[in-house]
Ligand binder design. Structure first.
Ligand code: 5GP
Ligand code: MG
Length: 178
């Protein structure tokens, strides 16, 4: 196994600031905006983004967690059953601008399932997608992010390892694993 560092905590911090500035530019006061972190790994980034927007603007953007396990098209095709995580959407998304947040975008199937899961809560005015890492050229579906931390040109056998301090890592780091 080979591990190559693609983002350290300092760069990640700058990137999160930039993503927040882009959100602020497009969402202004966030008066009709909400964010949904995709379970299980998108929620760490989503929490960071909420904190950073608060630090930059003093605005607290509503943040929920969305689990798309039961909406996956491979739900019944896996050998080991998928374990669902909590969905928590304690606000109204009807007619709101929703920002979906995940750590890594790969085939796009998780986001497709998330769009389906989200529909159970209402009909948003607009939905955007923010991801930290976009594994380009690996999409199975016509899904593209609106906000991207970093594009990574990875092949199928590679993986991105995202380490957050909140999960017990010594520091935030993002690695490309061969
Ligand atoms: P997709 O459904 O687009 O194929 O994969 C995206 C989902 O799987 C995301 O929720 C993400 O957390 C996870 N994922 C896919 N590829 C990777 C990867 O290389 N590294 C990490 N950390 N997660 C991945
Ligand atoms: Mg995805």
């Amino acid at each position: 196994m080979q591990k190559r560092l693609i983002l350290d905590s300092r760069l990640l911090d700058i990137m999160i600031s930039r993503l927040c500035q882009q959100l602020i530019e497009n969402h202004h006061t966030f008066s009709e905006s909400v964010m949904l972190g995709l379970q299980p790994r998108g929620i760490f980034l989503a929490e960071r983004i909420r904190q950073r927007i608060k630090a930059l603007t003093n605005i607290v953007v509503p943040l929920g967690y969305l689990d798309a396990t039961f909406y996956r098209d491979d739900f019944r095709r896996r050998e080991t059953p998928l374990k669902p995580n909590a969905t928590r959407v304690p606000f109204i998304i009807e007619n709101h601008n929703v920002v979906l947040i995940d750590d890594v975008l790969f085939t796009g199937r998780t986001v497709r399932a998330a769009l389906d899961a989200m529909t159970a809560f209402g009909r948003p005015k607009k939905v955007e997608l923010l991801v930290l890492i976009d594994r380009k050229y690996s999409r199975d579906l016509p899904i593209e992010p609106n906000y991207v931390g970093r594009h990574v040109n990875s092949i199928l056998s590679q993986r991105i390892l995202v380490e957050w301090k909140e999960q017990g890592a010594a520091d935030d780091n993002i690695w490309l694993i061969n």
